[in-house]
Design a protein around this ligand. Structure first.
Ligand SMILES: O=c1ccn([C@@H]2O[C@H](COP(=O)(O)O)[C@@H](O)[C@H]2O)c(=O)[nH]1
Length: 239
C-alpha cells in the first residue's frame, strides 16, 4: 500500500526511463522527486506527466541565487504545480523570505494550491571533514539547526536535511514543520556517496516527515521488491 512519507527519487535521464519506472512501481508509490538530472534532460513534461498520473511531486531544483533571481525562478516553477520545491538555505534569510512570498503570491494569482517550499541545509553527502574543507566553523549538526531556524523565521515550510539532525529540528521547529530526509539507506542497500545516513524506520522515529529514497529502489535488481520492503519497514512506524 502506498505511503506518502516515501518519496522516490527519479534520478534517470529521459522521460521514457521515468515513465517505465513509474509504471513498474504502480500504485505502491504515490510521491516522486524530480531532480536536476531528470529536469535538465526532460523538462516540465516530467512534472506534468506525474501530476496526470495522480502522483505528488517534489520538484528538487535547489534554487540558489540573490533574492530577486531566486524569487522569480521559484515564481516560474510555481506554475508547474508541484507539491514541494527546494531552494538552498545558505542563500540566506532574505532570499528564503523573497522566495516564500513569491510562491504565495503566484499560487494565489493562479488560484492553485501553494507548493510548499523546503530549504536545503547541508547536503547529506557531506561529513564533518567535507564541511570543514569548505570553511564550516561549527559542527554540521549546529549549522543545519541554524539554517532550520532561519528557514522557519523566513516562512519556509520545512528543511531537506539528513536524518541525523531530524530529532533536533523537530524539537526546534515543532510538529507541523516538514523534515524531508535523503540519506536513507535500508539495511539491504549500499551507502553510495551518502555520508549522513540511517534506515527508513529510524529516520521516521527521529521525526522525519518524509524519506527521499532513490538508488536503493531505482537501481535495485527488482525495484518493486525494494519498494515493498521499504514500505513494510515504514508501516511499522506510525505517522
Ligand atoms: O542533501 C541532499 C539533498 C538532496 N538529495 C537528493 O536526494 C536523492 C537521494 O538519492 P539516493 O539515490 O537515495 O542517494 C538524490 O536525488 C539527491 O539529489 C540528497 O541526496 N541529499
Amino acid at each position: 500500500m502506498a505511503d506518502d512519507r516515501l518519496i522516490t527519487a527519479l534520478d534517470v535521464h529521459t522521460l521514457e526511463d521515468m515513465k517505465r519506472l513509474v509504471t513498474t512501481l504502480g500504485d505502491r508509490v504515490s510521491f516522486y522527486k524530480v531532480g536536476m538530472e531528470l529536469f535538465y534532460s526532460a523538462g516540465p513534461d516530467t512534472v506534468r506527466y506525474l501530476k496526470d498520473q495522480g502522483k505528488h511531486v517534489f520538484l528538487d531544483l535547489k534554487v540558489h541565487d540573490i533574492p530577486n533571481t531566486a524569487a522569480q525562478s521559484i515564481r516560474a516553477l510555481t506554475r508547474l504545480g508541484a507539491d514541494l520545491m527546494t531552494l538552498h538555505g545558505t542563500g540566506g534569510k532574505a532570499m528564503m523570505r523573497a522566495a516564500a512570498d513569491a510562491v504565495a503570491e503566484e499560487a494565489a494569482k493562479l488560484n492553485i494550491a501553494r507548493p510548499k517550499l523546503l530549504a536545503v541545509t547541508i547536503l547529506t553527502s557531506m561529513d564533518e571533514a567535507a564541511w570543514q574543507e569548505i570553511g564550516g566553523k561549527d559542527t554540521v549538526a549546529n549549522a543545519v539547526l541554524n539554517l532550520a531556524r532561519l528557514a522557519k523565521e523566513a516562512g519556509i515550510d520545512g528543511t531537506v536535511s539528513s536524518p541525523h539532525e531530524a530529532k533536533e529540528i523537530r524539537a526546534l521547529n515543532g510538529p507541523d514543520f516538514l523534515i524531508v530526509t535523503p540519506g536513507i539507506r535500508p539495511s539491504f542497500a549500499a551507502a553510495n556517496d551518502q555520508k549522513r545516513i540511517t534506515t527508513p524506520a529510524q529516520a521516521l522515529r527521529d521525526g522525519a516527515s518524509h524519506l527521499v529514497i532513490g538508488r536503493p529502489i531505482t537501481q535495485a535488481a527488482d525495484p518493486v521488491v525494494a519498494a515493498d520492503k521499504i514500505l513494510e519497514e515504514i508501516q511499522e512506524v506510525h505517522a
